[in-house]
Write a protein that binds this ligand. Structure first.
Ligand code: IMP
Ligand code: MG
Length: 184
């Protein structure tokens, strides 16, 4: 697995520092309002697990799922589901957490779908942000790291379901990427 990585973009201690910084921002926003943290499966699992343990505030945790079809590195048609009931969301402050903001289509669709269920507000938090890739008008409220336009894996992020368990964020070797694009 490590052999497929060309270089490490964010190592373990850098990630830890970033998570601590974002958690401090978030703790300031919510204080004692018991927000509902809604994490996007599967990619944000590692990030959200570390993030909530750095949040010294009362909160609730829930998960939604989002998938864009296609095994390679390009997003296709978007499907989503698993939303909390309106009774859980009504009047509550929501923090939507995802692994990465790329085109922005996923997070925007999820934010809109959650907003329909009557929360007080929906803020967004991502570990990684690739601003040059944006196709919709959206900025996350809390960002761990802005990164270059490279396909990254690890710390929850995958290529066709693999590499989520790497403890760092790394750039894949171009040969590995090319093989995935052609379905090899
Ligand atoms: P968006 O809808 O284009 O913003 O894409 C968001 C989703 O695409 C993320 O939740 C990831 O699952 C996936 N994604 C985008 N860029 C990367 C990457 O560099 N590595 C792994 N997954 C990515
Ligand atoms: Mg993914």
């Amino acid at each position: 697995m490590h052999d497929d990585i060309e270089r490490i973009l964010l190592g373990e201690s850098e990630l830890r520092a970033g998570v601590e910084r974002v958690a401090a921002e978030i703790a300031q926003v919510y204080c004692h309002e018991e927000p509902l943290v809604v994490a996007v499966l599967d990619g944000s699992v590692v990030f959200v697990a570390d993030l909530i343990r750095q949040l010294p505030i009362p909160l609730r945790l829930s998960f939604v799922w989002a998938r864009s079809y296609g095994a390679g590195t390009r997003g296709g048609e978007l499907t989503q589901g698993g939303f909390p009931d309106a009774s859980e969301l009504r009047g509550r402050r929501v923090l939507l957490v995802d692994d990465i903001l790329d085109s922005g289509r996923t997070l925007l669709a999820l934010q809109r779908e959650l907003a329909l269920r009557g929360p007080r507000d929906v803020r967004t938090c991502v570990l990684l942000d690739k601003p040059v890739r944006r196709q919709v008008e959206l900025q996350a409220d809390h960002v761990g790291f802005q990164i270059e336009d490279a396909f990254v894996v690890g710390y929850g992020l995958d290529l066709a379901g693999r590499y989520r368990n790497l403890p760092y964020v790394g750039v894949l070797k171009s040969a590995v990427l090319a093989a995935a694009e052609t379905g090899a």
